[in-house]
Design a protein around this ligand. Structure first.
Ligand code: NAD
Length: 486
Protein backbone atom coordinates (compact mmCIF):
# COMPACT_ATOMS: atom_id res chain seq x y z
CA UNK A 1 0.00 0.00 0.00
CA UNK A 2 1.40 3.38 -0.97
CA UNK A 3 0.58 6.49 0.97
CA UNK A 4 1.56 9.52 -1.04
CA UNK A 5 1.42 13.08 0.22
CA UNK A 6 -1.01 15.37 -1.53
CA UNK A 7 0.48 17.60 -4.21
CA UNK A 8 -0.21 20.71 -2.15
CA UNK A 9 1.40 19.10 0.89
CA UNK A 10 4.58 18.29 -0.98
CA UNK A 11 4.88 21.73 -2.60
CA UNK A 12 4.35 23.41 0.78
CA UNK A 13 6.98 21.25 2.40
CA UNK A 14 9.45 21.98 -0.41
CA UNK A 15 8.81 25.69 0.09
CA UNK A 16 9.41 25.41 3.85
CA UNK A 17 12.57 23.35 3.42
CA UNK A 18 14.02 25.73 0.84
CA UNK A 19 13.26 28.70 3.10
CA UNK A 20 14.98 26.92 6.00
CA UNK A 21 18.00 26.18 3.80
CA UNK A 22 18.24 29.81 2.70
CA UNK A 23 17.01 29.67 -0.92
CA UNK A 24 15.24 32.82 -2.11
CA UNK A 25 11.69 32.09 -3.32
CA UNK A 26 12.16 33.88 -6.65
CA UNK A 27 14.73 31.22 -7.62
CA UNK A 28 12.11 28.45 -7.71
CA UNK A 29 8.86 30.22 -8.61
CA UNK A 30 7.70 31.45 -12.01
CA UNK A 31 10.59 29.77 -13.84
CA UNK A 32 10.67 27.54 -16.91
CA UNK A 33 12.17 24.38 -15.39
CA UNK A 34 9.47 22.32 -13.69
CA UNK A 35 10.63 20.45 -10.61
CA UNK A 36 8.65 17.30 -9.81
CA UNK A 37 8.66 14.97 -6.87
CA UNK A 38 8.61 11.30 -7.87
CA UNK A 39 6.70 10.61 -4.62
CA UNK A 40 3.49 11.77 -6.31
CA UNK A 41 4.76 12.83 -9.74
CA UNK A 42 3.45 16.32 -9.03
CA UNK A 43 5.07 19.62 -9.93
CA UNK A 44 6.44 21.18 -6.74
CA UNK A 45 8.30 24.23 -8.10
CA UNK A 46 9.09 26.19 -11.28
CA UNK A 47 12.79 26.98 -11.22
CA UNK A 48 14.51 29.89 -12.97
CA UNK A 49 16.96 28.72 -15.64
CA UNK A 50 20.20 30.46 -16.54
CA UNK A 51 20.46 32.14 -19.92
CA UNK A 52 23.35 30.66 -21.99
CA UNK A 53 25.08 34.04 -22.35
CA UNK A 54 24.94 34.61 -18.60
CA UNK A 55 26.41 31.13 -18.18
CA UNK A 56 29.34 31.96 -20.46
CA UNK A 57 30.01 35.19 -18.54
CA UNK A 58 29.80 33.30 -15.24
CA UNK A 59 32.50 30.91 -16.46
CA UNK A 60 34.73 33.89 -17.35
CA UNK A 61 34.10 35.25 -13.84
CA UNK A 62 35.01 31.85 -12.38
CA UNK A 63 38.32 32.11 -14.19
CA UNK A 64 38.99 35.53 -12.67
CA UNK A 65 38.11 34.07 -9.26
CA UNK A 66 40.59 31.26 -9.83
CA UNK A 67 43.39 33.76 -10.55
CA UNK A 68 43.07 35.14 -7.05
CA UNK A 69 41.89 32.01 -5.15
CA UNK A 70 45.03 30.10 -6.18
CA UNK A 71 47.08 32.58 -4.14
CA UNK A 72 45.17 31.92 -0.91
CA UNK A 73 47.14 29.50 1.30
CA UNK A 74 45.69 26.00 1.09
CA UNK A 75 44.90 25.68 4.83
CA UNK A 76 42.86 28.88 4.58
CA UNK A 77 41.02 27.46 1.63
CA UNK A 78 40.42 24.45 3.84
CA UNK A 79 38.76 26.71 6.41
CA UNK A 80 36.02 27.54 3.88
CA UNK A 81 35.36 23.83 3.42
CA UNK A 82 35.37 23.30 7.19
CA UNK A 83 32.59 25.90 7.42
CA UNK A 84 30.70 24.19 4.59
CA UNK A 85 30.93 20.94 6.54
CA UNK A 86 29.47 22.73 9.58
CA UNK A 87 26.55 24.07 7.55
CA UNK A 88 25.88 20.59 6.17
CA UNK A 89 25.94 19.10 9.69
CA UNK A 90 23.49 21.74 10.92
CA UNK A 91 21.14 21.26 7.97
CA UNK A 92 21.57 17.53 7.42
CA UNK A 93 17.94 16.64 8.14
CA UNK A 94 16.48 19.40 5.96
CA UNK A 95 18.75 18.76 2.98
CA UNK A 96 18.36 14.99 3.36
CA UNK A 97 14.59 15.35 3.34
CA UNK A 98 14.73 17.53 0.24
CA UNK A 99 16.83 14.82 -1.46
CA UNK A 100 14.11 12.30 -0.53
CA UNK A 101 11.38 14.52 -1.94
CA UNK A 102 13.21 15.40 -5.15
CA UNK A 103 14.75 11.99 -5.97
CA UNK A 104 12.50 9.56 -4.05
CA UNK A 105 15.25 8.15 -1.84
CA UNK A 106 14.13 6.69 1.49
CA UNK A 107 14.81 8.88 4.52
CA UNK A 108 18.00 7.06 5.62
CA UNK A 109 19.39 7.31 2.07
CA UNK A 110 18.58 11.01 1.83
CA UNK A 111 20.42 11.67 5.08
CA UNK A 112 23.18 9.29 3.99
CA UNK A 113 23.74 11.38 0.89
CA UNK A 114 24.31 14.48 3.05
CA UNK A 115 26.63 12.47 5.31
CA UNK A 116 28.76 11.73 2.23
CA UNK A 117 29.01 15.48 1.69
CA UNK A 118 30.10 16.00 5.28
CA UNK A 119 32.68 13.22 4.96
CA UNK A 120 34.30 14.74 1.88
CA UNK A 121 34.46 18.13 3.63
CA UNK A 122 36.34 16.51 6.54
CA UNK A 123 38.62 14.72 4.09
CA UNK A 124 39.31 17.90 2.10
CA UNK A 125 40.04 19.97 5.21
CA UNK A 126 42.71 17.44 6.22
CA UNK A 127 44.04 17.45 2.68
CA UNK A 128 44.40 21.24 2.75
CA UNK A 129 47.40 20.75 5.04
CA UNK A 130 48.80 17.81 3.11
CA UNK A 131 49.23 18.94 -0.49
CA UNK A 132 52.55 17.15 -0.81
CA UNK A 133 54.85 16.70 -3.74
CA UNK A 134 57.87 14.44 -4.07
CA UNK A 135 61.53 15.38 -3.80
CA UNK A 136 63.59 13.15 -6.06
CA UNK A 137 67.33 12.44 -6.33
CA UNK A 138 68.71 13.37 -9.75
CA UNK A 139 71.63 12.19 -11.87
CA UNK A 140 73.15 15.70 -11.73
CA UNK A 141 75.38 16.71 -8.83
CA UNK A 142 74.20 19.47 -6.43
CA UNK A 143 70.66 19.15 -7.80
CA UNK A 144 67.34 17.92 -6.62
CA UNK A 145 64.05 17.53 -8.50
CA UNK A 146 60.65 18.39 -7.05
CA UNK A 147 57.15 17.54 -8.10
CA UNK A 148 54.75 20.18 -6.86
CA UNK A 149 51.05 20.23 -7.64
CA UNK A 150 49.41 23.44 -8.77
CA UNK A 151 45.72 24.23 -9.19
CA UNK A 152 44.32 23.75 -12.68
CA UNK A 153 41.76 26.52 -13.12
CA UNK A 154 38.00 26.42 -13.47
CA UNK A 155 36.65 22.98 -12.62
CA UNK A 156 33.36 22.10 -14.31
CA UNK A 157 31.07 19.66 -12.51
CA UNK A 158 28.19 17.91 -14.29
CA UNK A 159 26.02 15.70 -12.10
CA UNK A 160 23.34 13.02 -12.50
CA UNK A 161 19.91 12.95 -10.85
CA UNK A 162 20.53 9.98 -8.59
CA UNK A 163 23.20 11.57 -6.39
CA UNK A 164 22.04 15.14 -6.86
CA UNK A 165 24.30 16.80 -4.27
CA UNK A 166 26.91 14.30 -2.98
CA UNK A 167 28.71 14.09 -6.32
CA UNK A 168 28.92 17.89 -6.50
CA UNK A 169 30.49 17.98 -3.05
CA UNK A 170 33.03 15.24 -3.87
CA UNK A 171 34.36 17.41 -6.65
CA UNK A 172 33.73 20.86 -5.17
CA UNK A 173 35.41 20.30 -1.79
CA UNK A 174 38.60 18.95 -3.36
CA UNK A 175 38.75 21.51 -6.18
CA UNK A 176 38.29 24.45 -3.79
CA UNK A 177 40.92 23.20 -1.35
CA UNK A 178 43.34 22.73 -4.24
CA UNK A 179 42.85 26.34 -5.38
CA UNK A 180 40.42 25.86 -8.25
CA UNK A 181 37.12 27.66 -8.78
CA UNK A 182 34.01 25.61 -9.58
CA UNK A 183 31.05 25.78 -11.97
CA UNK A 184 28.27 23.23 -11.48
CA UNK A 185 25.63 22.01 -13.95
CA UNK A 186 23.28 19.76 -11.95
CA UNK A 187 20.74 17.36 -13.44
CA UNK A 188 17.67 19.09 -14.85
CA UNK A 189 15.66 16.59 -12.76
CA UNK A 190 17.11 17.86 -9.47
CA UNK A 191 17.38 21.67 -9.47
CA UNK A 192 15.96 22.10 -5.94
CA UNK A 193 18.64 20.21 -4.06
CA UNK A 194 21.22 22.04 -6.18
CA UNK A 195 19.76 25.40 -5.10
CA UNK A 196 19.86 24.21 -1.48
CA UNK A 197 23.49 23.08 -1.68
CA UNK A 198 24.41 26.40 -3.27
CA UNK A 199 22.64 28.27 -0.46
CA UNK A 200 24.54 26.33 2.20
CA UNK A 201 27.79 27.06 0.38
CA UNK A 202 26.86 30.77 0.31
CA UNK A 203 26.30 30.69 4.08
CA UNK A 204 29.73 29.12 4.62
CA UNK A 205 31.26 31.68 2.27
CA UNK A 206 29.67 34.58 4.15
CA UNK A 207 31.04 33.30 7.45
CA UNK A 208 34.46 32.85 5.82
CA UNK A 209 34.39 36.45 4.56
CA UNK A 210 33.17 37.68 7.96
CA UNK A 211 36.27 36.06 9.45
CA UNK A 212 38.40 38.05 6.98
CA UNK A 213 38.71 35.19 4.52
CA UNK A 214 39.83 36.37 1.06
CA UNK A 215 37.09 34.92 -1.15
CA UNK A 216 36.80 36.27 -4.70
CA UNK A 217 33.45 36.73 -6.42
CA UNK A 218 32.59 33.93 -8.80
CA UNK A 219 34.36 31.23 -6.80
CA UNK A 220 31.38 28.89 -7.08
CA UNK A 221 28.67 29.11 -9.72
CA UNK A 222 25.50 27.12 -10.27
CA UNK A 223 24.10 26.73 -13.79
CA UNK A 224 20.50 25.58 -13.57
CA UNK A 225 19.16 24.33 -16.88
CA UNK A 226 19.32 21.64 -19.54
CA UNK A 227 22.14 19.83 -21.25
CA UNK A 228 22.85 22.88 -23.44
CA UNK A 229 24.38 24.49 -20.35
CA UNK A 230 26.44 21.32 -19.82
CA UNK A 231 27.69 21.68 -23.39
CA UNK A 232 28.68 25.30 -22.77
CA UNK A 233 30.70 24.14 -19.77
CA UNK A 234 32.33 21.37 -21.79
CA UNK A 235 33.27 23.64 -24.69
CA UNK A 236 34.35 26.76 -22.78
CA UNK A 237 38.13 27.28 -23.21
CA UNK A 238 38.46 28.62 -19.65
CA UNK A 239 37.30 25.32 -18.10
CA UNK A 240 40.42 23.27 -17.43
CA UNK A 241 38.79 20.11 -16.12
CA UNK A 242 35.29 18.69 -16.35
CA UNK A 243 34.15 16.01 -13.94
CA UNK A 244 31.02 14.59 -15.54
CA UNK A 245 28.78 12.01 -13.88
CA UNK A 246 25.92 10.41 -15.79
CA UNK A 247 25.08 7.88 -18.46
CA UNK A 248 27.59 6.34 -20.85
CA UNK A 249 25.72 8.12 -23.66
CA UNK A 250 26.50 11.45 -21.99
CA UNK A 251 30.17 10.46 -21.59
CA UNK A 252 30.36 9.50 -25.26
CA UNK A 253 29.24 13.01 -26.16
CA UNK A 254 31.31 14.87 -23.57
CA UNK A 255 34.60 12.90 -23.76
CA UNK A 256 35.50 13.68 -27.40
CA UNK A 257 34.52 17.37 -27.02
CA UNK A 258 36.89 17.73 -24.09
CA UNK A 259 39.62 15.82 -25.92
CA UNK A 260 39.14 18.13 -28.92
CA UNK A 261 40.39 21.07 -26.87
CA UNK A 262 42.80 19.00 -24.70
CA UNK A 263 40.87 19.67 -21.51
CA UNK A 264 41.03 17.15 -18.68
CA UNK A 265 38.16 14.81 -18.00
CA UNK A 266 36.88 12.71 -15.14
CA UNK A 267 34.04 10.59 -16.53
CA UNK A 268 31.90 8.67 -14.02
CA UNK A 269 29.42 6.81 -16.21
CA UNK A 270 27.05 3.86 -16.23
CA UNK A 271 27.74 0.58 -14.47
CA UNK A 272 26.47 -2.99 -14.88
CA UNK A 273 27.66 -4.38 -11.60
CA UNK A 274 27.83 -8.07 -10.79
CA UNK A 275 28.38 -10.39 -7.87
CA UNK A 276 29.57 -13.99 -7.87
CA UNK A 277 28.15 -16.29 -5.17
CA UNK A 278 30.51 -19.22 -4.69
CA UNK A 279 29.63 -22.63 -3.25
CA UNK A 280 31.38 -21.81 0.06
CA UNK A 281 29.52 -18.49 0.56
CA UNK A 282 27.80 -17.66 3.85
CA UNK A 283 24.27 -17.54 2.47
CA UNK A 284 22.75 -15.44 5.28
CA UNK A 285 25.33 -12.74 4.71
CA UNK A 286 24.97 -13.12 0.93
CA UNK A 287 21.19 -12.74 1.09
CA UNK A 288 21.45 -9.45 2.98
CA UNK A 289 24.31 -8.15 0.84
CA UNK A 290 22.60 -9.01 -2.44
CA UNK A 291 19.16 -7.71 -1.49
CA UNK A 292 20.52 -4.40 -0.19
CA UNK A 293 22.73 -3.83 -3.24
CA UNK A 294 20.06 -4.78 -5.81
CA UNK A 295 16.99 -3.14 -4.27
CA UNK A 296 18.46 -0.06 -2.52
CA UNK A 297 17.54 3.33 -4.03
CA UNK A 298 15.05 1.37 -6.19
CA UNK A 299 17.92 0.14 -8.34
CA UNK A 300 18.92 3.70 -9.26
CA UNK A 301 22.51 3.72 -8.09
CA UNK A 302 25.44 3.60 -10.47
CA UNK A 303 26.75 0.79 -8.23
CA UNK A 304 23.42 -1.13 -8.02
CA UNK A 305 23.85 -4.90 -8.28
CA UNK A 306 22.38 -5.94 -11.63
CA UNK A 307 23.92 -9.34 -12.45
CA UNK A 308 24.19 -12.24 -10.00
CA UNK A 309 26.16 -15.42 -10.83
CA UNK A 310 25.21 -18.20 -8.43
CA UNK A 311 27.06 -21.51 -8.11
CA UNK A 312 24.89 -24.54 -8.99
CA UNK A 313 25.50 -26.02 -5.54
CA UNK A 314 23.83 -23.13 -3.68
CA UNK A 315 21.37 -21.88 -6.32
CA UNK A 316 18.34 -23.68 -4.87
CA UNK A 317 19.18 -22.57 -1.32
CA UNK A 318 19.70 -18.90 -2.16
CA UNK A 319 17.35 -17.94 -5.00
CA UNK A 320 14.01 -18.93 -3.34
CA UNK A 321 15.02 -16.98 -0.21
CA UNK A 322 15.90 -13.99 -2.34
CA UNK A 323 12.50 -14.15 -4.04
CA UNK A 324 10.84 -14.24 -0.64
CA UNK A 325 12.75 -11.14 0.45
CA UNK A 326 11.77 -9.37 -2.79
CA UNK A 327 8.09 -10.27 -2.27
CA UNK A 328 8.01 -8.86 1.26
CA UNK A 329 10.01 -5.65 0.88
CA UNK A 330 8.03 -2.52 1.84
CA UNK A 331 7.45 -0.31 -1.21
CA UNK A 332 5.95 3.16 -0.92
CA UNK A 333 6.35 6.76 0.13
CA UNK A 334 10.06 7.18 0.85
CA UNK A 335 9.24 9.60 3.68
CA UNK A 336 7.57 6.78 5.64
CA UNK A 337 10.26 5.26 7.82
CA UNK A 338 9.08 1.69 7.19
CA UNK A 339 9.60 2.03 3.43
CA UNK A 340 12.60 0.29 1.90
CA UNK A 341 11.90 0.95 -1.79
CA UNK A 342 10.75 4.36 -2.99
CA UNK A 343 9.59 5.36 -6.49
CA UNK A 344 11.41 5.40 -9.80
CA UNK A 345 12.40 8.90 -10.87
CA UNK A 346 9.73 9.15 -13.61
CA UNK A 347 7.51 7.39 -16.14
CA UNK A 348 10.33 7.13 -18.65
CA UNK A 349 12.38 5.09 -16.17
CA UNK A 350 9.37 2.79 -15.73
CA UNK A 351 8.94 2.38 -19.50
CA UNK A 352 12.64 1.55 -19.94
CA UNK A 353 12.38 -1.03 -17.14
CA UNK A 354 9.36 -2.72 -18.73
CA UNK A 355 11.13 -2.80 -22.09
CA UNK A 356 14.15 -4.54 -20.53
CA UNK A 357 11.89 -7.09 -18.82
CA UNK A 358 10.13 -7.84 -22.14
CA UNK A 359 13.51 -8.29 -23.82
CA UNK A 360 14.65 -10.59 -21.01
CA UNK A 361 11.52 -12.72 -21.41
CA UNK A 362 12.14 -12.93 -25.15
CA UNK A 363 15.67 -14.15 -24.38
CA UNK A 364 14.33 -16.97 -22.19
CA UNK A 365 14.30 -15.18 -18.81
CA UNK A 366 11.77 -16.03 -16.10
CA UNK A 367 10.58 -12.81 -14.45
CA UNK A 368 9.38 -12.52 -10.84
CA UNK A 369 8.10 -9.07 -9.77
CA UNK A 370 8.75 -5.96 -11.84
CA UNK A 371 5.11 -4.87 -11.86
CA UNK A 372 3.81 -1.42 -11.01
CA UNK A 373 2.53 -0.84 -7.46
CA UNK A 374 -0.34 1.68 -7.32
CA UNK A 375 -2.93 2.86 -4.83
CA UNK A 376 -4.85 5.00 -7.32
CA UNK A 377 -3.99 8.35 -5.70
CA UNK A 378 -0.94 9.29 -7.74
CA UNK A 379 -1.15 8.30 -11.42
CA UNK A 380 2.08 10.14 -12.23
CA UNK A 381 4.16 8.33 -9.60
CA UNK A 382 5.97 5.14 -10.61
CA UNK A 383 6.45 2.61 -7.83
CA UNK A 384 7.52 -0.91 -8.81
CA UNK A 385 8.13 -4.21 -7.13
CA UNK A 386 11.82 -4.98 -7.77
CA UNK A 387 12.31 -7.73 -10.35
CA UNK A 388 14.31 -10.94 -10.30
CA UNK A 389 14.96 -12.45 -13.71
CA UNK A 390 16.36 -15.96 -13.92
CA UNK A 391 18.33 -16.05 -17.14
CA UNK A 392 19.71 -19.09 -18.94
CA UNK A 393 22.74 -17.07 -20.02
CA UNK A 394 24.20 -13.55 -20.16
CA UNK A 395 22.50 -12.14 -23.27
CA UNK A 396 20.30 -9.25 -24.42
CA UNK A 397 19.38 -6.73 -21.73
CA UNK A 398 21.78 -8.35 -19.22
CA UNK A 399 24.65 -6.76 -21.12
CA UNK A 400 23.31 -3.21 -20.67
CA UNK A 401 22.61 -0.97 -17.73
CA UNK A 402 18.86 -0.50 -17.14
CA UNK A 403 18.54 2.12 -14.42
CA UNK A 404 15.84 0.30 -12.44
CA UNK A 405 15.60 -2.55 -9.90
CA UNK A 406 16.16 -5.60 -12.10
CA UNK A 407 18.44 -8.38 -10.87
CA UNK A 408 19.43 -10.96 -13.50
CA UNK A 409 20.44 -14.30 -11.97
CA UNK A 410 22.57 -16.76 -13.91
CA UNK A 411 23.79 -20.14 -12.63
CA UNK A 412 27.42 -21.26 -13.03
CA UNK A 413 29.64 -24.18 -12.08
CA UNK A 414 33.19 -23.27 -13.13
CA UNK A 415 35.08 -20.46 -11.38
CA UNK A 416 37.35 -19.48 -14.29
CA UNK A 417 34.42 -19.45 -16.69
CA UNK A 418 32.35 -17.24 -14.39
CA UNK A 419 35.22 -14.76 -14.05
CA UNK A 420 35.27 -14.50 -17.85
CA UNK A 421 31.50 -13.98 -17.92
CA UNK A 422 31.72 -11.42 -15.12
CA UNK A 423 34.13 -9.33 -17.18
CA UNK A 424 32.35 -9.86 -20.50
CA UNK A 425 30.18 -6.71 -20.41
CA UNK A 426 31.28 -3.29 -21.66
CA UNK A 427 30.89 -1.56 -18.29
CA UNK A 428 33.33 -1.83 -15.36
CA UNK A 429 32.30 0.06 -12.23
CA UNK A 430 31.79 -2.16 -9.16
CA UNK A 431 31.82 -5.88 -8.40
CA UNK A 432 31.63 -8.40 -5.56
CA UNK A 433 32.39 -11.96 -4.65
CA UNK A 434 30.71 -13.89 -1.84
CA UNK A 435 32.99 -16.73 -0.72
CA UNK A 436 34.71 -18.24 2.30
CA UNK A 437 37.49 -19.60 0.09
CA UNK A 438 40.52 -17.34 0.35
CA UNK A 439 41.86 -18.50 -3.04
CA UNK A 440 38.68 -17.44 -4.82
CA UNK A 441 38.60 -14.08 -3.01
CA UNK A 442 42.24 -13.33 -3.79
CA UNK A 443 41.85 -14.38 -7.44
CA UNK A 444 38.85 -12.07 -7.76
CA UNK A 445 40.91 -9.16 -6.41
CA UNK A 446 43.97 -10.00 -8.52
CA UNK A 447 44.95 -8.77 -11.99
CA UNK A 448 43.14 -11.75 -13.57
CA UNK A 449 40.04 -11.20 -11.46
CA UNK A 450 37.41 -8.47 -11.60
CA UNK A 451 38.17 -5.86 -14.26
CA UNK A 452 36.11 -3.19 -12.47
CA UNK A 453 37.32 -0.07 -10.70
CA UNK A 454 35.91 -1.40 -7.42
CA UNK A 455 36.01 -5.01 -6.17
CA UNK A 456 34.43 -6.16 -2.89
CA UNK A 457 34.55 -9.38 -0.88
CA UNK A 458 31.53 -10.56 1.12
CA UNK A 459 29.69 -7.26 0.76
CA UNK A 460 27.53 -6.02 -2.13
CA UNK A 461 28.88 -3.71 -4.84
CA UNK A 462 26.69 -0.69 -4.12
CA UNK A 463 27.79 2.44 -2.36
CA UNK A 464 30.98 4.39 -2.01
CA UNK A 465 33.23 5.64 0.73
CA UNK A 466 35.32 8.69 0.06
CA UNK A 467 38.45 7.25 1.69
CA UNK A 468 38.96 5.05 -1.37
CA UNK A 469 39.33 6.19 -4.98
CA UNK A 470 35.93 5.86 -6.69
CA UNK A 471 35.45 5.18 -10.37
CA UNK A 472 35.29 2.60 -13.12
CA UNK A 473 36.87 1.12 -16.20
CA UNK A 474 35.82 0.53 -19.82
CA UNK A 475 32.51 2.25 -20.70
CA UNK A 476 32.13 3.44 -17.10
CA UNK A 477 34.65 6.09 -18.06
CA UNK A 478 37.97 7.23 -16.78
CA UNK A 479 39.44 8.86 -13.75
CA UNK A 480 38.76 8.49 -10.05
CA UNK A 481 37.12 10.66 -7.42
CA UNK A 482 38.35 11.03 -3.83
CA UNK A 483 40.58 8.58 -2.01
CA UNK A 484 44.15 8.22 -3.17
CA UNK A 485 43.33 10.17 -6.34
CA UNK A 486 42.09 13.22 -4.42
P1 NAD B 1 22.30 11.65 -17.84
O1 NAD B 1 23.46 11.17 -18.63
O2 NAD B 1 20.98 11.68 -18.49
O3 NAD B 1 22.58 13.14 -17.29
C1 NAD B 1 23.67 13.42 -16.45
C2 NAD B 1 24.04 14.89 -16.58
O4 NAD B 1 24.67 15.11 -17.83
C3 NAD B 1 22.87 15.86 -16.53
O5 NAD B 1 23.23 16.98 -15.75
C4 NAD B 1 22.67 16.24 -17.99
O6 NAD B 1 22.08 17.50 -18.17
C5 NAD B 1 24.09 16.23 -18.48
N1 NAD B 1 24.28 16.02 -19.92
C6 NAD B 1 23.63 15.12 -20.69
N2 NAD B 1 24.11 15.16 -21.95
C7 NAD B 1 25.07 16.10 -21.97
C8 NAD B 1 25.95 16.62 -22.98
N3 NAD B 1 25.90 16.17 -24.23
N4 NAD B 1 26.83 17.57 -22.64
C9 NAD B 1 26.90 18.03 -21.37
N5 NAD B 1 26.09 17.60 -20.38
C10 NAD B 1 25.19 16.64 -20.67
O7 NAD B 1 22.25 10.72 -16.52
P2 NAD B 1 21.12 10.59 -15.41
O8 NAD B 1 19.93 9.90 -15.97
O9 NAD B 1 20.93 11.89 -14.71
O10 NAD B 1 21.85 9.62 -14.36
C11 NAD B 1 21.86 8.22 -14.44
C12 NAD B 1 23.15 7.71 -15.07
O11 NAD B 1 24.28 8.23 -14.38
C13 NAD B 1 23.26 6.20 -14.96
O12 NAD B 1 23.81 5.71 -16.16
C14 NAD B 1 24.24 6.01 -13.81
O13 NAD B 1 24.93 4.77 -13.82
C15 NAD B 1 25.16 7.17 -14.00
N6 NAD B 1 25.88 7.51 -12.78
C16 NAD B 1 27.19 7.18 -12.70
C17 NAD B 1 27.88 7.43 -11.52
C18 NAD B 1 29.33 7.04 -11.38
O14 NAD B 1 29.96 7.51 -10.44
N7 NAD B 1 29.87 6.21 -12.26
C19 NAD B 1 27.24 8.06 -10.45
C20 NAD B 1 25.88 8.40 -10.58
C21 NAD B 1 25.22 8.12 -11.76
Amino acid sequence: MITTLSTAGLAAEVDALLADLGVARQRYTGGTLTARSPISGAVVAAVQEIDPNIARNAIDAAHSAFLSWRNVPAPRRGELIRLLGEELRTHKDALGRLVSIEVGKIVSEGRGEVQEMIDICDFAVGLSRQLYGLTIATERSSHRMMESWHPLGVTGIITAFNFPVAVWSWNAALALVCGDSIVWKPSEKTPLTALAAEALFERALKRFIDQGGPAPKGLSTLLIGGRDLGEILVDHPRVALVSATGSTAMGRAVGPRLAQRFARAILELGGNNAAIVCSSADLDLTLRGVAFAAIGTAGQRCTTLRRLFVHDGVYDSLVPRLKQAYASVAIGNPLDTITLVGPLIDGQAFAVMQKALDAAKAAGGIVTGGTRVEDGTAPDAYYVRPAIVEMPEQTGPVEHETFAPILYIIPYNDFDAVLTLHNAVPQGLSSSIFTNDLREAETFLSARGSDCGIANVNIGPSGAEIGGAFGGEKETGAGRESGSDA
